[in-house]
Design a protein around this ligand. Structure first.
Ligand code: PLP
Length: 634
């Protein structure tokens, strides 16, 4: 556990159990009674063939733990409730979940259900997200907020206004000044009194990667001058009472409470000014930014860590708003946050398999037959070989490397002019490798090939170099013998992971079991990837998303129950996304088979093709004979 820093990033949900497997404690290890879920047992139950009691679902897998989601929501709420109570704050906290972090239907439905007792709402940033938020909140607490962010056209604003007619507490948050005329016009036409928010562009700037949206030059929000113009215009049309919310977002992964306090205090001043100018303000919406400690380092200067706890975050926010409002004699507003990463990151684990490992090439000097080959070399090359041999006897390794390098270069020159054969060239390449390996120059790191697409499942590693904890999910009671990097299935040199938390350029890994290291099953997990990764992932090489299962705690012998299991998109599904028509593709291949294969088994070939459209794009065990017998069309 220490090797992989699990205590740092995993607490209180992930730990290593007595079998050496990762276990999940959905309500945290500190809460009793709790029953841990052994992730390997889940993987076996889900992926074993149906014939041996499994569900036969192909890997890679996303394991969702809704109990973890519930615990995250409740922890956030109770952190704010505690600060509000202990600081004598005179209003309440009422958060919203930004659906862009993970729009999965069951994630959103769970959040609405779990958050209903404390009026937890949703945030949308586009029209489909708004439709999803509107319909989900129909089953939620009627007091929950629905915050509409993002750039808006008439249709977006009309949808938001209609949702107020549906008795949802929807707030249209203005990102651009131009949106105001549309809001005024459409609300009159639809006879809806809108509730309006303004997104302020703060001067407080967060300097990390995720802070590029903040500061005066940030992409989003309204300047002080623009906010003032909006206030005047609303006043002139008798709608200043509609302005009720102030929003800001200084960026994701806010590294420290100092920066947070700075931003919240600046926004609280604007809030108080809006009250003074006559708006009927009720909510301060502090945006997202509550961070995750991906490497467990508690650093305040890194993009992948944060130097505070949930409780410290909440206390800083409540304190900053309270102090400013008390000074100005303004009633304490409802505090809303749009925490996404902090709510959904922990609830899912991506499980994938290492299918083979390539060893660094090694060559035994005795196997080279060099003495015989030396005959064909030029005089200079022979001299290098002699010097190399002499230096090796004297133990002068640096000199060995120098001569081996010179010798190799001379051999390449000889090969180019046709005086050296391929076998000789390969033999002297081998000698160079042998010498450099003896000196520790050769790379001892293995490449583990994983049945995964990084572009689909860990896109932020590829896109912005974000690191996530990646570790084996079993054999953690055995010392890893080797180090490796991970290489995915795509035909793309970017499809590899060679940077890991803790600043490591390789990961301690176990030897694969079985023949040539290729026959055993070795499972790895990527943790804390529940936010953004699924939504951002692409279809490079047409690898679609993983299979998804939902695991809840249960009192039965297994301590868990699989409440939902869905195979990932098939080859046909991903082809359809790119406008191909798998049914027509299948028909044309079938006709072609009938035309060209004059054998009796074209029917079974057609069946086999049909299965190829049905199966997932990832590697699977060799197709069994049943693939050639069962009939169905794509
Ligand atoms: N709200 C807005 C306006 C955002 O742009 C974002 C993400 O950047 C969020 C909320 C969610 O932020 P986080 O995931 O850091 O909580």
């Amino acid at each position: 556990a220490a090797l992989y820093r699990i205590d740092g990033w995993g607490k209180p949900y992930f730990s290593v159990n007595s079998s050496g497997n990762i276990s999940v404690s959905p309500y945290g290890t500190d809460t009793l009674p709790h029953q841990d879920i052994d992730v390997m047992k889940v993987v076996k139950k889900v992926s074993d063939p149906i014939s041996v009691g499994g569900l036969g679902l192909p890997l890679p897998l996303i394991l969702r733990f809704p109990d973890v989601l519930k615990n995250r929501l409740e922890s956030l709420q109770s952190a704010f409730d505690f600060s509000i109570q202990s600081q004598g704050y005179d209003s309440h906290y009422q958060g919203v979940y930004p659906v862009k972090c993970n729009q999965d239907r069951f994630v959103v439905e769970d959040i609405v259900k779990f958050g209903s007792p404390f009026r937890f709402g949703l945030e949308a940033g586009s029209k489909p997200e708004l439709l999803l938020a509107m319909s989900s909140l129909c089953k939620g607490n009627p007091e929950a907020l629905l915050i509409c962010n993002g750039f808006k056209d008439a249709e977006y604003i009309s949808l938001a206004l209609i949702s107020r007619k549906l008795a949802l507490d929807t707030v249209v948050v203005m990102e651009l000044e131009e949106e105001l005329d549309l809001i005024i016009d459409l609300s009159r036409r639809l006879s809806v009194r809108p509730v309006i928010g303004v997104r302020a562009k703060l001067r407080t700037k967060h300097s990390g990667h995720f802070g590029t949206t903040s500061g005066e030059k940030g992409k989003f929000g309204l300047t002080t001058t623009q906010i003032l113009r909006i206030v005047r215009k609303l006043d002139s049309v008798g709608m200043l009472d509609c302005l009720q919310l102030l929003h800001f977002h200084i960026g994701s992964q806010i590294p420290s409470t100092d920066l947070l306090t700075d931003g919240v205090a600046e926004a609280a001043q604007i809030y108080c000014e809006l009250v003074r100018l006559g708006a009927r303000m009720r909510v301060i919406d502090i945006g997202g930014g509550l961070g995750i400690d991906y490497d467990g380092s508690k650093s305040t200067t890194s993009d992948i860590s944060v130097g505070y706890t949930l409780e410290e975050y909440a206390a800083s926010v409540v304190r900053a708003v309270r102090i400013v409002c008390d000074r100005k004699g303004v009633r304490h507003p409802v505090i809303c946050s749009e925490s996404g990463r902090a709510i959904v990151s922990h609830h899912s684990v991506l499980v994938f398999e290492a299918v083979s490992a390539r060893l660094p090439t090694t060559t035994s000097i005795s196997s080279l037959g060099l003495q015989y080959l030396v005959e064909g070399l030029t005089e200079e090359a022979r001299a290098d070989y002699a010097s190399l041999s002499a230096a090796s006897i004297r133990g002068e390794y640096e000199t060995c490397l120098l001569h081996a390098d010179q010798l190799r270069q001379r051999c390449v020159d000889q090969f180019k002019d046709g005086s050296l054969g391929m076998e000789q060239l390969a033999a002297f390449d081998g000698l160079y490798e042998f010498v450099s390996k003896a000196l520790g120059v050769a790379d001892p790191v293995r490449t583990y090939h994983v049945n995964l697409s990084i572009f689909t499942s860990i896109p932020d590693f590829w896109g912005i170099g974000q690191l996530f904890p990646i570790i084996p999910i079993h054999r953690l009671d055995q010392k890893p013998e080797v180090r490796g990097i991970l290489s995915d299935l795509t035909c793309d040199s970017d499809g590899k992971i060679d940077k890991f938390i803790g600043g490591e350029s390789s990961l301690p890994l176990h030897e694969l079991e079985g023949e040539n290291g290729g026959g055993g099953r070795y499972y790895l997990g990527m943790f804390l990837g529940g936010a953004y990764e699924e939504a951002i992932g692409g279809l490079h090489n047409l690898f679609g998303g993983p299979s998804v299962v939902r695991i809840t705690q249960s009192d039965g012998p297994y301590s868990f129950a699989v409440t939902r299991a869905v195979q990932g998109p098939s080859c046909g599904d991903v082809l359809r996304v790119m406008q191909h028509e798998p049914e027509l593709m299948f028909q044309s291949l079938k006709h072609r088979a009938e035309e060209y294969i004059h054998e009796e088994d074209t029917a079974s070939l057609a069946n086999w093709l049909a299965h190829s459209f049905h199966n997932m794009p990832y590697l699977m065990a060799a197709p069994s004979s049943c693939c050639l017998t069962a009939a169905s069309n794509p």
